[in-house]
Ligand binder design. Structure first.
Ligand code: NAD
Ligand code: MG
Length: 300
């Protein structure tokens, strides 16, 4: 049985207390070093042609939520370009293999998106490799939650990376993509429960995610007349490499336990929200909204 099915069953039995074994990696983190391995829907996601012929660029598509979205999009009929950091080559190649196994075209685009020129180049390369662009998924993200909480814990090099990755890059990627997005195209941003219920340990990160919610609404207003929809997904705690790579290892033992559903989610449980919002048929009149996948945490 899949991890998701196991966890869903455990939830019904009310004996899943959430949390994972203590473990720690250095950023950006790799999937193969995680215990247990996340579930990206490899064994469970069934496509229904909802994105037939679409061409998608997914930043941070190598692992975690991005990998689950890449697998789901490919099984829905989309070609998928994946942007990631060069040190994540192994994760990116595994995601590419799943895309190709679904019978779709994939492209690997390594590069550090803190740099504007890299953002522009990644969009240009995606357009070149896929023959155009219909869906931009801004999903790359970074936080740093080791050390003291709050203002005392803010370290310039981490704050810089958080703002550049989570916020600046999204603006540059949207700017670069716009000339390629025809009516019927869409942009999907990845925000967070942190935009609504911020943790002191994620002061800078939470602020970028609140800003992304705002950006989503604003872009929906300005791009609506061009026939481009803009939406966001706000995940709650999800089991991905970002967590062991940026938190104190022992905090993972209770990761997700404080949600109403009492556990962290798996990346494969988040991907269907992106499929819905990307689908030109299912979400034809949906723009400027943020869809929570939080295990019960409020997104208002
Ligand atoms: P992840 O580590 O699997 O994915 C994040 C990806 O971001 C990395 O794989 C990396 O490729 C990419 N990335 C980071 N910095 C980059 C840079 N400078 N240049 C290029 N790529 C870069 O973790 P994830 O949890 O799947 O994260 C995906 C998104 O989900 C992020 O935006 C994150 O903030 C958001 N999110 C995650 C959670 C969670 O609990 N895991 C909760 C809410 C929101
Ligand atoms: Mg990764």
């Amino acid at each position: 049985m899949s991890e998701i099915a196991d966890r869903a069953e455990a939830l019904v039995r009310h004996d899943d207390k959430g949390g994972f074994p203590a473990q720690q990696q250095e950023p950006p983190g790799l999937t193969t070093a995680m215990e247990p391995r996340p579930d990206h829907g490899e064994q469970t996601y069934v496509g229904h042609g909802k994105l037939e012929g679409k061409r998608a660029l997914i930043t941070g598509g190598d692992s975690g939520i991005g990998r689950a979205v890449a697998i789901a999009f490919a099984r829905e009929g989309a070609d998928v370009a994946i942007s990631y950091l060069p040190s994540e080559q192994a994760d990116a190649e595994e995601t590419l293999a799943w895309v190709e196994k679904a019978g779709r075209r994939g492209a690997l685009l390594p590069g550090d998106l803190v740099d504007r020129q890299t953002c522009m180049g990644v969009v240009a390369d995606a357009v070149r490799d896929l023959g155009g662009l219909d869906i931009l998924v801004n999903n790359a993200g970074y936080h740093w939650a080791r050390g003291p909480e709050g203002l005392e814990g803010l370290q310039p090099e981490h704050v810089e990376r958080v703002l550049r990755t989570n916020l600046y890059a999204v603006m540059w990627l949207c700017q670069a993509a716009l000339p390629h997005l025809a009516p019927g195209s869409c942009i999907l941003n990845t925000t967070s429960i942190q935009a609504y219920d911020p943790s002191p340990a994620l002061l800078d990160y939470a602020a970028t995610k609140a800003a992304l919610n705002n950006l989503t609404v604003n872009l929906a207003a300005s791009l609506g007349p061009k026939g481009i929809r803009v939406n966001a997904v706000a995940p709650g705690p999800i089991w991905t490499p970002l967590q062991p790579a940026t938190r104190e290892g022992d905090t993972l033992e209770t990761f997700g336990a404080d949600t109403p559903l009492g556990r962290a989610g798996q990346p494969g449980e988040v991907a269907p929200a992106y499929v819905f919002l990307a689908s030109p048929a299912d979400a034809s009149y949906v723009s400027g909204t943020v869809l929570g996948v939080t295990g019960g945490g409020a997104v208002f």
